[in-house]
Design a protein around this ligand. Structure first.
Ligand code: PHB
Length: 390
């Protein structure tokens, strides 16, 4: 007791500083299984942030605790989150690659007094499920709205939509349909395929049979996006002149070597390209390359995690390390900074990130490496899906 009092006096004497605490951040993501590369990118983004900014906020030490959730599994996501809160006493929950995993945890945030910072899950409605959710990734409404204009401007008037049948796929389909209709185009057919689909030949046949001039597609980045784009090439759709339009999930950088020349010229819209030309991004890529070990594996979830850590550090700073979820979330409403992706703001109402969306084209550099080359910027895009989500 005596020692405790002396320590307290010493702490106050040192400029009123509070005791040094360990603030735990629980991160749930796919760290094994088919989507392990996406989880590895969460970790690379976190490690890069902590390498650049240190592991301390004020006097408090930040500790990240990881829990592996290999596939979309809402029940398991909820029990991992509960275990992190109850046993590990985490003050923050973060990560969440798949929408259903984030959705399943929103009901426990209030009672647990814990904010959730989403590094990836991209269905618009998630932020409406709890006032304690903040998102630093993107929504498929945000990324799929501009590609509708790109498709129409490319002279394509009839499109078939193909999406994974769950939250972000349904949002992507609705966003594309709304955007394309506004331009004057027509979505002639809309296919929703089970998330587990990995044989795309029958879908490719349906696309050919539809008579559409183009296909809009969304699948969550991972082995199946690679499979889908390969099937598009190998089933002769590309050579038949049926154009593929998609958000950037379909051309994540780590998939480009496997796609090879077949993906050259493919246009996508997205919030982040590793090639983004800015000093902030150069610094990020250098730190993230080091963190991931193999630069060829670096892809977009790393930037969601890097910016997510920025938000968490600001929350810890604003609460002086004390557990006050509402105060932490309120502190980042309206927060603006220059992310590796460009200028961003946490929208004070939706708590979702406002950001530029870029049109990019798969290109081959002088070094022979494939990359997403940014060719147009849609500035300061909020989330058009929020009205639909309410
Ligand atoms: C999601 O489940 O929300 C999700 C996953 C991967 C993506 C996009 C969205 O690439």
């Amino acid at each position: 007791m005596k020692r405790f009092v002396l320590a307290a006096i010493a702490a106050v004497a040192l400029g009123g500083a509070a005791y040094a605490d360990t603030i735990k951040v629980g991160v749930i993501g796919p760290f094994s299984g088919p989507f392990a590369l996406q989880g590895k990118n969460f970790k690379a983004g976190i490690d890069a942030y902590m390498a650049v900014n240190g592991k301390k906020v004020g006097n408090d030490e930040v500790e990240v605790i990881y829990r592996d959730l290999p596939a979309a599994d809402p029940a398991q996501s909820k029990s991992l989150a509960q275990e992190l809160v109850v046993k590990e006493k985490v003050q923050y929950l973060a990560g969440f690659y798949f929408t259903p995993d984030a959705m399943a945890v929103t009901p426990i945030l209030k009672q647990a007094n814990v904010p959730m910072v989403i590094f990836n899950a991209a269905t618009s409605a998630i932020v409406t499920k709890s006032p304690l959710v903040v998102r630093t990734s993107f929504t498929t409404w945000q990324t799929s709205t501009p590609i509708a204009k790109v498709a129409y401007d490319a002279g394509v008037k009839k499109v078939i939509s193909v999406v994974s049948d769950y939250g972000p796929g349904v949002d992507a389909e609705n966003a594309f349909k709304a955007g394309f209709k506004k331009q004057g185009g027509e979505v002639v057919q809309a296919i929703r395929m089970p998330l587990s689909t990995n044989d795309f030949s029958p879908i490719m046949q349906r696309i050919k049979d539809s008579g559409a001039q183009g296909v809009f597609a969304f699948l969550p980045s991972g082995p199946t996006t690679l499979g889908f784009v390969k099937a598009y090439n190998e089933n002769g759709l590309k050579s038949a002149g049926i154009k593929l339009f998609a958000p950037g999930d379909l051309t994540q950088e780590s998939d480009l070597p496997a796609l090879g020349d077949a993906a050259l010229g493919m246009q996508t819209t997205f919030h982040y390209a590793i090639s983004h030309d800015s000093p902030e991004n150069k610094a990020f890529v250098a730190a993230a390359d080091k963190a991931i070990g193999n630069p060829a594996e670096l892809t977009f979830p790393a930037v969601g995690a890097f910016d997510g850590m920025h938000v968490i550090y600001k929350m810890i700073e604003a609460t002086g390390g004390k557990q006050d979820a509402q105060k932490a979330v309120d502190a980042v409403k309206g927060l603006s900074w220059v992310s590796p992706r460009g200028p961003v703001t946490i929208d004070p109402e939706s708590r979702h990130i406002t950001q530029n969306i870029y049109l990019r084209e798969v290109a081959k550099g002088d070094d022979g490496k494939y990359y997403n080359k940014e060719i147009q910027t849609f500035e300061k895009q909020g989330d058009p899906g929020l009205a639909a989500a309410k």
